[in-house]
Ligand binder design. Structure first.
Ligand code: 8YV
Length: 294
């Protein structure tokens, strides 16, 4: 056994015990000190060699600058839009993430939200619990099998969603920066063009400056009064106030949302709507997948 001091790691996320416990065993783990305890942070900052982050963490240039010994920012998540990668690169700090292992879970959740919207699962559950069944049937839902699916983002997870949707006999189209000629799905050059041809518009594109408010009022208008939007990407990709307005005015039919602009704060307007299904950013939240990510 060596008597060498353990390497200091700064956690900037609410890490699950699946990840935090082995980290604590191997390293000295400091919990988000830069925000909560600046004095303690100043003491340990020169020794911090690694940052443990999640997909939602924000690691800006300012924090990186304060950590002269920093070598790696490890993101437990596929999305790293909260990390200033350019600042890390400029300092020679490696940034890692967890692609691949969560494709199935995020795609499963996208289909679950589509089904929850079309077959009114959450609304039906509330209906039964409230004892309303005896006073008449629930309003009719809509058929999902055979409907038109538009996917915004055709990366690893987009393809996993398409694969599942094919089993529902859906007509699958997508938009992405460029057409993927090896895939058998219809390409549209813009989200608006895609939305105009979709019953379900599923967002699974990376967050960050390049996709901020990509889904705006015009795209929602193109989706139309029978259309539903599902977001399992990042809240930043949808203009949230335009979405609230589109849902309120009947410009679109419904929304299934796992991500929000300002998590964990969900606008009161969305929480009060009956035509939305809300989940608390659980795309990769199964024990099996979180273990694989850790
Ligand atoms: C989690 C995610 O939020 O992978 C991502 O980009 O958003 C999620 O899987 C998370 O980072 C788990 O720590």
């Amino acid at each position: 056994m060596s008597n060498q001091p353990k390497t200091d790691v700064l956690s900037v996320a609410n890490l699950s015990p699946l990840y935090a416990d082995p980290l604590k065993a191997a390293y000295t783990l400091h919990q988000r000190l830069n925000e909560t305890d600046p004095a303690a942070f100043a003491q340990v900052a020169p020794r911090i060699a690694a940052i443990a982050a999640s997909g939602e963490s924000k690691v800006g240039a300012e924090l990186i600058e304060q950590l002269p010994a920093l070598k790696i920012i490890s993101v437990m998540g596929v999305g790293y839009d909260g990390i200033d990668v350019a600042a890390a690169k400029a300092r020679g700090v490696v940034v890692t993430h967890t692609p691949g292992v969560l494709n199935d879970d995020v795609a499963d959740l996208a289909l679950a939200l589509m089904l929850a919207l079309s077959r009114q699962i959450a609304r039906a559950d509330r209906f039964v619990r409230a004892g309303q069944w005896s006073s008449g049937p629930l309003a009719l839902g809509r058929k999902m099998s055979g409907a038109r699916l538009g996917i915004v983002g055709m990366g690893r997870i987009g393809q996993a969603i398409a694969y599942r949707a094919a089993a529902f006999n859906m007509a699958i189209s997508y938009t992405a920066r460029s057409a993927k000629t090896d895939l058998p799905y219809t390409y549209h050059p813009t989200p608006a063009a895609l939305a105009a041809e979709s019953d379900f518009l599923v967002i699974i594109t990376p967050g960050g400056a390049g996709t901020r408010k990509l889904i705006d009022a015009a795209v929602l208008k193109a989706l139309g009064p029978q259309g539903c939007v599902v977001n399992v990407a990042r809240g930043s990709v949808i203009d949230e106030s335009a979405l609230v307005e589109a849902l309120r005015s009947g410009t679109i039919a419904g929304a299934g949302l796992d991500v929000f602009e300002d998590e964990p704060n969900v606008p009161q307007a969305l929480r009060e709507m009956d035509n939305v299904v809300l989940t608390p950013h659980i795309g990769s939240a199964t024990a099996q997948t979180r273990r694989a990510m850790a």
